[in-house]
Ligand binder design. Structure first.
Ligand SMILES: Nc1nc2c(ncn2[C@@H]2O[C@H](COP(=O)(O)OP(=O)(O)O)[C@@H](O)[C@H]2O)c(=O)[nH]1
Ligand SMILES: [Mg+2]
Length: 451
């Protein structure tokens, strides 16, 4: 469903990367393109505007994680803001302290209430609950039958109601009674819908709410109807009060605007999404996973998370200062190797970086875990003086170091060569005009928006 948006956003990031360095101009251009992409995906204009403003503000003010490139920073900010827009955390269902809890399933006609009631009932029974369903859609005989058929198919309990129970309130009341008697902990009430919101329906739903005191009033919205779904969710919320949203038909070719804006507009969380007609096609809604899917940059994003988890910001800054001022010693080289080890196999890490730039030389170093361990051992066998000044490491010292670390002189020589190479390479990328060098200074994103 988010394919189009996803393609467009990825193109924006690719173009940014292609620019080499970020400037106020290309950042502004990227933000404009992101905004257009959101609007084309049918995101509510106000939500799109807020989103862009938030990204802009973060990009201007945020301190740089030195291990990420400026473009990766931007991807990270967009990802974080998108998760926020989608609701940040997975919103769980609430149940009452005293069972049975009541969940009202509400929404317009054809949005998927009956289907979702059955799906949710199935989901609940698979997740430690014992639900009971009831349909109070008395206006269309086929509607109640539809839920009965689904219940039989799924072998899930349903309150059919006595022939003389003809009013929604009566049916709901007796369903709750039966649930209590049979030890069911949730009563799912499938309500009637209308083509449009009308006062009569709202009055009926308000009465049911009063009677049932539900812990959940879930508004079922059809994703295919885009901003109309958002609008009716908002109106239901204002008039009845809802506790969450089930967005159905996410498997269709809707552009995704409803999913992206419904939380921001209504203030109510998306709790589940319907992804097909089958009873198992219902999934809890995870903002982070959805954002990840939309941005489609799984590898870059997991790199970002890894870097954030493992790299100490202060250490990284200190290391860069040393590199610039040519104080990068063998001891520092060892520490850097250790940090790389924390990030996992170097090759897989490098593989995650879509564009290595000057760091691609590192790939030829073919440093694997074992090798890092050996390198660290060699440096550990050096004296403080040797680590501070590699120039004094002559033949006799090399032999001693090899012996001390259980390696060969050849290996010690190799390490010294690699260290020299790393120094040279680091210098070329951190020196004036180098890609890291430009990012030192104030540790601000060097995109200079409004600066
Ligand atoms: N593809 C797809 N169809 C759905 C989904 N949820 C509901 N439907 C279909 O939407 C139609 C209306 O659903 P129904 O539950 O009867 O809507 P209600 O009037 O709100 O009770 C039915 O044909 C369902 O099969 C979904 O997540 N994906
Ligand atoms: Mg129905």
């Amino acid at each position: 469903m988010f394919d189009n948006l996803s393609d467009k956003l990825q193109r924006v990031f690719k173009n940014l990367r292609g620019e080499g360095k970020l400037s106020a101009e290309n950042m502004e251009a990227a933000l404009r393109e992101i905004r257009v992409a959101l609007l084309e995906a049918d995101v509510h204009f106000r939500v799109a505007k807020q989103f862009i403003e938030a990204v802009k503000e973060k990009a201007m003010g945020q301190e740089v994680l030195t291990a990420l490139s400026p473009t990766q920073q931007v991807v990270k900010i967009v990802r974080d803001e998108m998760i926020k827009m989608l609701g940040q955390h997975q919103a769980r269902l609430r149940t009452a302290n005293e069972p049975p809890s009541a969940f009202m399933i509400v929404g317009l006609q054809g949005s998927g209430k009956t289907t979702s009631t059955a799906k949710l009932s199935r989901w609940l029974s698979k997740n430690g609950h014992s639900p009971m369903m009831v349909s109070v859609d008395i206006y269309r005989p086929a509607a109640r039958k539809q839920l009965s058929v689904l219940a039989k198919e799924l072998k899930l309990p349903i309150h059919e109601g006595a022939p003389d129970e003809t009013k929604p309130a009566e049916l709901a009341r007796s369903a709750r009674k039966e649930a209590a008697q049979t030890g069911r902990d949730v009563v799912l009430v499938d309500t009637a819908g209308r083509l449009h919101i009308d006062d009569e329906l709202m009055t009926e739903l308000a009465e049911l709410k009063e009677l049932l005191n539900p812990t959940e009033i879930l508004f079922v919205a059809d994703a295919m109807t885009g901003q109309d779904a958002v609008k009716s969710a908002d109106e239901f919320n204002k008039r009845l009060g809802i506790t969450g949203i089930i967005l159905t038909k996410m498997d269709g070719d809707a552009r995704g605007g409803a999913a992206l804006s419904i939380r921001a507009v209504t203030g109510q969380p998306l709790k589940f999404v319907g992804v097909g007609e089958k009873p198992d096609a219902l999934e809890p809604f995870y903002p982070d996973r959805v954002a990840q899917r939309i941005l489609g940059m799984g590898d870059v994003l997991s790199l970002i998370d890894k870097v954030q988890e493992n790299i100490d910001q202060k250490d990284a800054e200190e290391m860069q200062r040393k590199l610039i001022e040519d104080e990068f010693t063998l001891g520092d080289f060892r520490d850097q190797m250790r940090q790389l080890r924390k990030l996992g196999p170097l090759e897989s890490l490098l593989g995650m970086m879509p564009q290595l730039g000057p760091l691609k030389d590192l790939k030829n170093m073919k440093v694997d875990e074992k090798e890092i361990t050996r390198l660290v051992a060699i440096v550990d066998s050096m004296t403080e003086k040797e680590r501070a000044n590699h120039m004094i490491i002559n033949g006799a010292r090399r032999r001693r170091i090899a012996k001390g670390s259980g390696t060969t002189v050849q290996e010690v020589n190799n390490l010294l060569k690699q260290y020299a190479q790393a120094r040279k390479m680091m210098k070329s990328i951190t020196g004036a005009g180098g890609f890291l060098g430009k990012r030192l200074g104030k540790f601000k994103l060097p995109i200079g928006l409004g600066q």
